[in-house]
Write a new protein. Structure first.
Length: 343
């Protein structure tokens, strides 16, 4: 099992003058800067082949018809300078400052997660960095810390703005999935008859889910659909017709954090087998018009894997025009992580 990277340990040891968790976070931020300098971080449309594994990533984003593109994403290979580890994330902002909130979370969450993970390994007695419980607790602590950091950022108005956050860490054959909001992760795996089938790995956290609605109403928030949007459940303040969020979990959106909206992630795992081929992370702009199985078929049938995410997003954009005439096309973004050299 890989232990703390020597680079991280040397950085961590050099921060003794900084108290508490700050030293670990600064070391993790330095890792991020070093990774960016060495072109191990991808934050714009394109593709990346991981040098330390057989993984291959394709990413693409397309602005919708509502103004600025509020989606963003990140791929960080050799996450924490571990050759067998890769981090992927996709973020869907909303509200006036949503694109800034999404980018801030994109910047902060990986470093915070890495810091908490490395700290947990250093304190663990069994020294098993692949252990799922370590990742889960690291995610829970990191999401809480990032949401608090966002709240205290006076240069960013996240009172009426927020973002979803869907991320995965693939470490060897272990894949850890963390989800806040209504973006979705879908796995493509081989069935007994040899065909590729879709497996949804995350829950779309919509306000009408029974457990989500119960929590919101217990906090005096309201959940209902507008007359001109039948079937679209939103979260509302007790006495105001705002903010009308179409998700029940998000970073930011502090105007309704006391009324049932939370930034607690659902964290689960998947042990990747030879049957598992790739995973697709996409924002709701894609899933609103493309089914899980359609996404798997679109990605798997793309001859040039570098263009897989772009083709999926472009198919979604065309589907919006066909299926939702008269409705402004949403931002559409996708990250496709392939597990093997070829399908």
């Amino acid at each position: 099992m890989p232990q703390l990277s020597s680079f991280f340990k040397s950085l961590y040891a050099g921060k003794k003058k900084i108290a508490g968790a700050e030293e670990g976070r600064e070391a993790a931020d330095e890792l991020r800067r070093e990774a960016k300098k060495n072109e191990m971080i991808l934050r714009s449309s394109g593709s990346m082949r991981s040098a330390g594994s057989k993984s291959f990533v394709s990413v693409f984003s397309r602005r919708g018809e509502k103004g600025v593109n509020q989606d963003c994403y990140i791929v960080w290979e050799e996450f924490g300078f571990q050759e067998d580890m890769i981090f992927c994330g996709i973020f869907d902002g909303h509200g006036p400052w949503g694109h800034y909130v999404a980018k801030m979370v994109r910047k902060s969450l990986p470093s915070s997660l890495l810091c908490n993970w490395q700290e947990a390994i250093a304190l663990a007695t069994d020294k098993k960095p692949c252990h799922f419980d370590v990742w889960k607790q690291s995610y829970l602590r990191s999401c809480a810390a990032v949401d608090k950091e966002l709240d205290h950022n006076h240069g960013l108005d996240a009172f009426h703005s927020g973002t979803t956050a869907l991320t995965i860490v693939k470490q060897g054959e272990l894949m850890v999935i963390s989800n806040i909001g209504d973006s979705r992760a879908v796995l493509a795996t081989t069935s007994d008859d040899g065909s590729l089938v879709s497996v949804q790995l995350t829950v779309d956290f919509k306000p009408n889910l029974p457990e989500e609605a119960e929590r919101i109403m217990q906090c005096n928030g309201r959940v209902f659909c507008l007359r001109d949007e039948p079937g679209v459940h939103r979260v509302w303040l007790p006495d105001e017709e705002s903010p009308g969020l179409a998700m029940s979990r998000a970073f930011g959106d502090y105007c309704i954090k006391d009324f049932g909206l939370i930034s607690v992630p659902e964290v689960n795992q998947r042990n990747i087998t030879s049957r598992d081929q790739f995973v697709v992370l996409a924002t709701d702009g894609v899933w609103d018009v493309i089914s899980n199985q359609e996404a798997v078929e679109i990605v798997s049938s793309t001859k040039d894997r570098r263009k897989a995410a772009k083709r999926l997003v472009e198919c979604a954009a065309r589907a919006w025009k066909r299926k939702r005439r008269g409705i402004a096309v949403d931002d559409c973004s996708a990250v496709c992580l392939f597990f093997h050299s070829s399908l």
